[in-house]
Design a protein around this ligand. Structure first.
Ligand code: IMP
Length: 194
């Protein structure tokens, strides 16, 4: 099955492609002629994943999926959430985002947080959603140099290292995105068998 992944992020593409196996041929946005940024105007991760998938389906008519991820911090009422990429600035400034997160949590005892990924899949016009969650907490200072984004500040439950102190394989096995993609794979196999 040929399927469009609504991303131009090569790292995400190879990660998901490896998990899907060779029965699915992944195609990027650029390959189907979508070069503009898809507007992410939703108020939630679920809405944004859906907006992106529907945008691709409406323009190409091809089976497709889109993902959206956010870090949800309990003491901050779920922030940065859907605004995770642009928490501190308008750009994707990971260092500034991490500084802001530490500032916002200064003096707070409750540092519980979770990463959540939502994937919207559209096959033959029917939309389905799955989510992947990893629970953890925000550390009081950054550790580790692997990964990206909030990884140096996120310590998953049951571990004494941050995501940035883990190899990509170790992180993917327990991460929000890894879990969401595992569900996507399951769902695609079920659909293929229908
Ligand atoms: P996206 O929806 O995958 O583009 O993710 C939105 C934002 O969430 C990113 O710009 C990062 O700030 C953050 N983020 C997403 N996934 C991760 C992760 O695995 N580790 C750390 N930060 C992440």
């Amino acid at each position: 099955m040929k399927i469009v992944f609504a991303t131009n992020n090569a790292h995400k593409l190879s990660e998901v492609s490896a998990l899907l196996g060779d029965r699915f041929e992944l195609v990027t946005l650029r390959e189907v002629g979508i070069t503009e940024d898809i507007p992410e105007t939703g108020a939630t991760l679920d809405e944004n994943a859906s907006i992106k998938a529907r945008y691709v389906y409406e323009r190409t008519g091809l089976n497709c999926f889109a993902d959206d991820t956010g870090l949800e911090v309990e003491a901050l009422d779920g922030a940065p959430g859907v605004h995770s990429a642009r928490y501190a600035t308008d750009g994707h400034d990971f260092a500034a985002n991490n500084r802001k997160l530490l500032r916002e949590l200064e003096g707070k005892v409750n540092r519980k947080a979770r990463f959540r990924t939502v994937i919207s899949l559209i096959v033959d016009g029917i939309e389905r959603q799955v989510e992947g969650i990893v629970e953890g907490e925000i550390t009081t200072s950054e550790s580790g140099a692997e990964g990206f984004g909030y990884d140096p500040l996120f310590m998953p439950e049951g571990y004494d290292r941050t995501f940035a102190e883990m190899s990509a394989e170790e992180k993917n096995a327990i991460s929000h995105r890894g879990r969401a993609v595992a569900k996507l794979v399951e769902m695609l196999h079920d659909i293929e068998l229908e």
